[in-house]
Write a protein that binds this ligand. Structure first.
Ligand SMILES: *Cc1c(COP(=O)(O)O)cnc(C)c1O
Length: 414
């Protein structure tokens, strides 16, 4: 059987280059991770060939007896892993899991409240360039100017004033723990629905190092490829009462055929997340983020909100005279992959920004420990100092690749 190397050398080259990049660079994009070999194998399997519109046992196509088993396993494991009454594992992405949540709960023009994008909210939480901001009337809460953390009394006040039908909790760039019970109380006080988008922290919740929204939220949406370490994709957990509404919002309302290779990959990832090692992994992710925050603040960088309680930190780069974009560019030249990110009350545009977002899920999957984070912090500081010196940055990149080679990559080396 011809493989991609013989039938399409150009794409084979891309894959090879990407394998080298993932080995040699230190990946600190907070939303990225390395899936296991088992997840990779499953998502690359013949399950990609099967059409299976509908749900297990109720399909619009013949020949679904095998994918019925894998999709039911994914559903059952998601419910077990998070203690949920109902799971839908078909959304192709986090954005679509949210789209289906809105479709199942409100009508176009209705009010939804989420966190401002500049303070850490997601594109699908009301950005004017996204379907969410175009279809619904969004109101926004933010973080407190002094603490740079959530101010629940202020969220309550804004909720009473704006009276949204849905309140969203769960973010893309927020380093502190979220109090879901407080959000439930706020939602109840104005008769709103609580939607929790746990895309970033799902793996921490599965691993027991962040409180769970299940039991508080009416619908919980999540990606499966971030801290949860599964294949690219998403899911939603709902109460039993909302199960039919949510299912029909996904199919037939929003999507056609589900991606059965990805769904089986989700089942594999959920099983992995139930193992005792995953608890250790989640704990280590947080310890590594905290070690990195200490290392960077000791060197004069300002950590937004004063630290981190999850897998990510936001770093204010103005303290060393850099915009987020300049910092990102210096770091990538040295093989250190982070993303520029707006910080709360950022005077710069999202293309420039005043900070960077750094995450530890991917490095922790390569088994880096807190002591290794001192090395990583050292490389980051060195590269930021050498920002105008291309040769120096390239030399740091060589050192970084040497350091990275000590840590095997799941799916490639393991
Ligand atoms: C990543 C993310 C999403 C969207 O996920 P995609 O799979 O990229 O569509 C939604 N919500 C939050 C909070 C996220 O962090």
């Amino acid at each position: 059987m011809p493989t991609v190397a013989t039938c399409d050398p150009e794409i084979a080259q891309v894959i090879e280059n990407e394998q080298r990049r993932q080995r040699h660079q230190l990946v600190m994009i907070a939303s990225e991770n390395y899936t296991s070999a088992a997840v990779l194998e499953t998502t690359g399997s013949v399950l990609t060939n099967k059409y299976a519109e509908g749900y297990p046992g109720r399909r619009y196509y013949a020949g679904c007896e095998n994918v019925d088993v894998s999709e039911q396993l994914a559903i059952d494991r998601a419910k077990q892993l998070f203690g949920a009454e109902h799971a839908n594992v078909q959304p192709h992405s986090g954005a679509q899991a949210n789209m289906a949540a809105f479709f199942s709960l409100v009508n176009p023009g209705d009010r939804i409240m989420g966190m401002s994008l500049n303070h850490g909210g997601h594109l699908t939480h009301g950005s004017p360039v996204n379907f969410s901001g175009k279809l619904y009337e969004f109101g926004f809460y933010g973080v407190n100017a002094d603490t740079e953390a959530l101010d629940y009394a202020e969220v309550q006040r804004q909720a009473e004033e704006f009276k949204p039908a849905i309140i969203i909790a769960g973010y893309t760039a927020y380093p502190m723990e979220i109090d879901f019970k407080r959000f439930r109380d706020i939602a109840d006080s104005i008769n709103a629905i609580l939607l929790v988008d746990m895309a970033h922290i799902a793996g921490l919740i599965a691993g027991g190092v962040h409180p769970s929204p299940v039991g508080y939220a009416d619908i919980v949406t999540s990606t499966t490829h971030k801290t949860l370490r599964g294949p690219r994709g998403a899911m939603a957990l709902t109460t039993a009462a909302l199960s039919r509404k949510y299912n029909s919002a996904v199919f037939p309302n929003m999507q056609g055929g589900p991606m059965q290779h990805a769904i089986a990959g989700k089942a594999v990832a959920f099983r992995e997340a139930m193992q005792p090692e995953f608890k250790k992994y989640a704990r280590q992710v947080v310890q590594n983020a905290q070690a990195l925050a200490s290392g960077l603040s000791a060197a004069g960088l300002r950590i937004v909100a004063g630290g981190t309680e999850n897998h990510m930190l936001l770093v204010d780069t103005r303290a060393i005279g850099l915009t987020g974009r300049q910092a990102e560019e210096a770091l990538i030249a040295a093989g250190l992959v982070v993303n520029k990110n707006t910080i709360p009350f950022d005077p710069e545009s999202p293309m420039v920004t005043s900070g960077i977002r750094i995450g530890t899920p991917a490095l922790t999957s390569r088994d880096l420990k807190a002591a290794d984070m001192e090395n990583v912090a050292g490389y980051i500081i060195e590269a930021l100092d050498a920002r105008d010196n291309e040769d120096k940055l390239a030399n740091i990149g060589v050192e970084v690749a040497k350091f990275a080679s000590h840590f095997p990559v799941p799916g490639l080396d393991l």
